[in-house]
Design a protein around this ligand. Structure first.
Ligand code: HEC
Ligand code: HEC
Length: 316
């Protein structure tokens, strides 16, 4: 065999080993595949991922959540329970223990039923951030545990939410209600305080900026770090990562303080579609330009061919 071919074979061999062996191995080792929970909030993933001394408590907690889920809730009777939610979840609410409680206008269509039950039973357990608390009553929403205690009352309150707050949210509303209290989004002109207004005078702009920084300090104290700006996350992370991260942040980032956001599939799709539309504002314009460019090249190729024939015909 001649030398060139031998060299070629060696190069091909090592290229293929890298491509099919080393790269997938490194990728798999650094980014473990995480299965989606398929939007089922029954505690299986939490129990599987719990520290040994927490397993029993988690089993018991999710066992009782599943029991409450089997009860028939009475939406009318649940109005009394929901009145307690409104004490904190009102428009213009102040920061409570680190964040401003989100408005619940679309909670019935964005959040999963089992998750809502778990949230009233014990917010820190539901969000899978109980590792942060000695006593989960310390969670900013923890006092709900002492306000609605009976299983039937929890089922009724959730029935009320599912029946009365189930209007379809726009992607932006979904994002605002589920993510915006913690994450800034520069491209969308959003901070943790909502849409940033335009001010006539610079001093007002600066005064507003100070309010934002103070809010961010509270969130930092609550979360341990400032949650990242989400402007570009829809491009730097794929759909599967975002979906599994929202369902259960612990699955991707063990020990993280970001709570689970127990959204339904529809809720997650809306949040991601909003994030994508913000991160990639020009996607539609770009896609519609694509076929025009191809058309240009086709016409240009035909012209170039005809021109070449014309030029060469005189030389033969
Ligand atoms: C003591 C105040 C308080 C009460 C009462 C309260 N909440 Fe909350 N709630 C909060 C705060 C604060 C947060 C944000 C916590 C966080 O982001 O870590 C929150 C978050 C939520 C979320 C978002 C959860 C998530 O995973 O993103 C939902 C849904 C919710 N509450 C529903 C309810 C319902 C339903 C009730 C009544 C049964 C209720 N809350 C009662 C303070 C309260
Ligand atoms: C209660 C606050 C809170 C809420 C609500 C919240 N997050 Fe987060 N998020 C965090 C914190 C804190 C981090 C940083 C996690 C860390 O580094 O441990 C984070 C990190 C992230 C990351 C970065 C993960 C990475 O690649 O490192 C993404 C993506 C994200 N959040 C998406 C979302 C989305 C989407 C929503 C709404 C559905 C949301 N978050 C709601 C607190 C929150």
């Amino acid at each position: 065999m001649n030398k060139e071919i031998q060299i070629l074979l060696v190069v091909v061999f090592f290229t293929l080993v890298t491509y099919w062996g080393v790269e997938p191995f490194a990728h798999g080792a650094m980014h473990k595949h995480v299965d989606s929970m398929n939007y089922v909030y029954d505690g299986k993933a939490d129990i599987a991922g719990a520290e040994a001394d927490k397993v029993e408590a988690k089993k018991e907690f999710w066992g009782s959540v599943n029991k409450i889920a089997a009860l028939t809730g009475n939406a009318e009777a649940g109005a009394a329970g929901y009145a307690m939610c409104q004490g904190c979840h009102m428009k213009g609410a102040p920061n409570m223990g680190g964040v401003v409680p989100p408005v619940l206008d679309h909670a019935g269509s964005l959040y999963d039923k089992n998750y809502l039950i778990a949230l009233i039973k014990d917010p820190a357990m539901a969000m899978n951030t109980d590792h942060k608390y000695e006593d989960t009553m310390m969670h900013p929403m923890g006092s709900i545990k002492s306000m609605i205690t009976e299983d039937q009352a929890i089922a009724d309150t959730v029935a009320y939410v599912l029946a009365n707050l189930a209007a379809e949210a726009t992607p932006k509303e979904a994002y605002l209600e589920a993510c915006s209290r913690c994450h800034e989004n520069n491209y969308a002109n959003l901070t943790q305080l909502g849409e940033t207004p335009k001010f006539k005078y610079k001093k007002d702009t600066l005064a507003y900026r100070i309010k934002v920084l103070e809010e961010q300090d509270l969130i930092k104290a609550y979360m341990g770090k400032l949650p990242p700006d989400l402007s570009m996350l829809a491009l730097s992370r794929n759909h599967h990562f975002l979906e599994t991260f929202i369902e259960n942040p612990q699955s991707q980032l063990k020990g993280t303080s970001m709570p689970r956001v127990g959204l339904t599939k529809d809720g997650v799709d809306k949040v991601i579609s909003y994030m994508t539309s913000v991160a990639d504002k020009n996607a539609d314009a770009r896609n519609s330009l694509g076929w025009k460019v191809i058309l240009f090249f086709v016409i240009f190729t035909v012209l170039a061919y005809l021109w070449k024939k014309e030029v060469w015909s005189k030389l033969h």
